[in-house]
Design a protein around this ligand. Structure first.
Ligand SMILES: NC(=O)c1ccc[n+]([C@@H]2O[C@H](COP(=O)([O-])OP(=O)(O)OC[C@H]3O[C@@H](n4cnc5c(N)ncnc54)[C@H](O)[C@@H]3O)[C@@H](O)[C@H]2O)c1
Length: 300
């Protein structure tokens, strides 16, 4: 079994460590804030309990006091530190220094190009992206991102490992912003915001439309299957009419910018696209999401 190292014991690092620990892989985890490691095993136990899994799997996770100790014997390192280019570049130099030439070095960045993160590493053939989704234990997808320097064998063994750990791992062949899934997600968000901005309907109506139409079908009928189902001739006819009408701005919406400038940041400030968020209504949304995800994953 491969030895897994995780750098950064925040939300994503903890979750990724749990995914491998649950499958019996030995996981070493390091964080520059020692206090972030104090609860790692307890959190893993609680997470496993919540999912009805063996709590003792938390014993597969060991905390480490230095990066060198954490990565020294690893076959793969998942970097899950803060979303900051300089921090990640420095970490990758260190990760490369303390690992063997066959060790895969993976960043879990949300949006920073993997090419930039790995540019100070001499052996860029083993640098790649693994874009996990939150929460890692429940969302299946991991996008494995290849740069121009990444060796395809590293991509293949990373995908193989992730599949054995129970994930849906896909190969993203170019290091583009947003990889695959976030590009599509934010194309939808841009249009949703534009619809509200232009007074076509309000935010609640946008969300109601999604939840009660194509949103219901998406888990079983994704866009390109759906295009084949309705026919590409119909798809072309629709695009001929609609594409010139829908939002195509390369910049964030002025409506969104205005809301941010006014401090309307969503649940954390009580108001965003919706008014009157309270701690209770915000928590209800989070609970609704985790209950739904648990049901979907555990019933699979
Ligand atoms: N939160 C998400 O939904 C999500 C999803 C996909 C990807 N990501 C990405 O994953 C990464 C981690 O995100 P998160 O939400 O877990 O953040 P987080 O803030 O919860 O955790 C980051 C951790 O990294 C540690 N850290 C910072 N600098 C470090 C260093 N030099 N060495 C070791 N540890 C260091 C911090 O102490 C902290 O514990 C980010 O790049 C983020 O963009 C986040």
């Amino acid at each position: 079994m491969e030895k897994i190292a995780v750098i950064g014991a925040g939300m994503m690092g903890q979750g990724i460590a749990e995914v491998f620990a649950a499958k019996g892989y030995p996981v070493a985890i390091y964080d520059c804030r020692i206090e972030a490691l104090a609860q790692t095993r307890e959190k893993a136990r609680a997470g496993f309990k919540l999912l009805g899994m063996d709590e003792n799997a938390a014993e597969n996770i060991s905390t480490r006091n230095s990066l060198e100790e954490c990565v020294r014997d690893a076959n793969i390192v998942f970097e899950c530190a803060v979303e900051n280019l300089e921090v990640k570049q420095n970490l990758f130099v260190e990760m490369a220094r303390y690992t063997g030439g066959n060790c895969i070095l993976a960043s879990n960045t949300s949006v920073i190009p993997i090419t930039r993160i790995g540019e100070k590493v001499a052996d860029g053939y083993r640098v790649l992206g693994t874009h996990w989704w939150n929460p890692p234990a429940l969302i299946p997808l991991v996008e494995v991102v290849q740069t121009e320097r990444t060796d395809i064998k590293m991509i293949e063994s990373c995908i193989d490992l992730l599949k054995r750990a129970g994930k849906v791992a896909v190969h993203v062949k170019r290091d583009v912003a947003g990889f695959v899934a976030n590009r599509m997600q934010h194309a939808l968000w841009r249009e949703a915001i534009s619809i509200v901005e232009h007074g076509i309907c309000d935010a609640a109506t946008v969300d109601l439309c999604v939840k009660n139409s194509f949103g219901m079908r998406l888990p079983v009928l994704a866009p390109l299957e759906n295009a084949d189902l309705v026919g590409l001739d119909l798809t072309l006819a629709i695009h001929n009419t609609i594409l010139s009408e829908i939002e195509s701005s390369p910049n964030p919406s002025p409506y969104l910018i205005d809301k941010v400038n006014k401090g309307e940041l969503g649940m954390k400030t009580g108001k965003g696209f919706y008014d009157n968020w309270t701690p209770e209504t915000s928590q209800a949304v989070r609970t609704r999401l985790s209950s739904y995800l648990k049901k979907v994953v555990l019933e699979k």
